[in-house]
Design a protein around this ligand. Structure first.
Ligand SMILES: C[S@@+](CC[C@H](N)C(=O)[O-])C[C@H]1O[C@@H](n2cnc3c(N)ncnc32)[C@H](O)[C@@H]1O
Length: 216
């Protein structure tokens, strides 16, 4: 899917967006859950952190964490994050599809992804999940949020795209899919992670699917 002449899952698309758009979101509905879930002393990784507001707020609310590392593919996003929050967060330019070989070999107790996966193609999503899983400690947890399926809106705004040689309908022109709980469960269970358990939270405000999977 193309916006401004750029494929929406490409690093160039995100770089342009971060150059044009301030990104102050701290996603309070996710923050409320995450701050209650993470155990004291945990090492935390946020993927697709944008301009760093969520990670910075998390550390402000939970100074008892061992460390917070936050990555994004966009150099502009990361340099804005470092400028805005010049404290102990490790902000790094990194590609989620290459995590296995990056992050100095570190692994984490808690990995967070807020609204990232629907921006990757359906065949990329399990790969991204698997890469994150390689960086998660045993007993660690992966926290996921995604835009929930809303059949009426999805159909109204649907746009055609090619996937594996077939034309399928994506819910809009910047998401490859929106999520049902079953699809999030499949991401953790059917794809290479095989989580020990997956817990869902009720969507409260907005149309979000919120889940946490535990690594055996
Ligand atoms: C929809 S934004 C979500 C940002 C933030 N998590 C939030 O909720 O506001 C997706 C983010 O993922 C980043 N991103 C896209 N592809 C990536 C990749 N392959 N590796 C790491 N980050 C990526 C983008 O630069 C962007 O900041």
């Amino acid at each position: 899917m193309i916006i401004d002449g750029l494929e929406i899952n490409s690093p160039e698309y995100w770089e342009l967006r971060h150059q044009r758009e301030p990104w102050p979101r701290t996603s309070g509905w996710a923050m409320d859950i995450v701050t209650k879930q993470i155990p004291p002393g945990a090492s935390v990784l946020e993927i697709g952190c944008g301009q760093g507001a969520f990670a910075a707020k998390l550390l402000e609310l939970r100074p008892d964490l061992y460390s917070v590392t936050a990555i994004d593919i966009s150099p502009t996003a990361i340099s804005l994050a470092r400028e805005s929050f010049p404290h102990v967060i490790d902000f790094l330019v990194a590609d989620v599809f290459e995590l296995r070989d990056h992050l100095k070999g570190e692994s984490y107790d808690y990995i967070i992804s807020i609204q990232n996966f629907e921006h990757w193609r359906l065949d990329q999503q399990p790969k991204a999940m698997h890469q994150c899983w390689t960086r998660l400690n045993h007993g660690g947890k992966f926290f996921f949020t995604g835009v929930g399926k809303d059949w009426s809106l999805d159909i109204m705004n649907a746009t055609e795209m090619e996937f594996e040689g077939k034309t399928i309908m994506a819910p809009n022109d910047y998401h490859y899919n929106n999520w049902s709980e079953q699809e999030v469960y499949d991401l953790f269970m059917i794809h290479p992670c095989r989580a020990q358990s997956v817990k869902f939270w009720r969507r409260r405000r907005k149309n979000r699917v919120i889940a946490e999977a535990t690594k055996a």
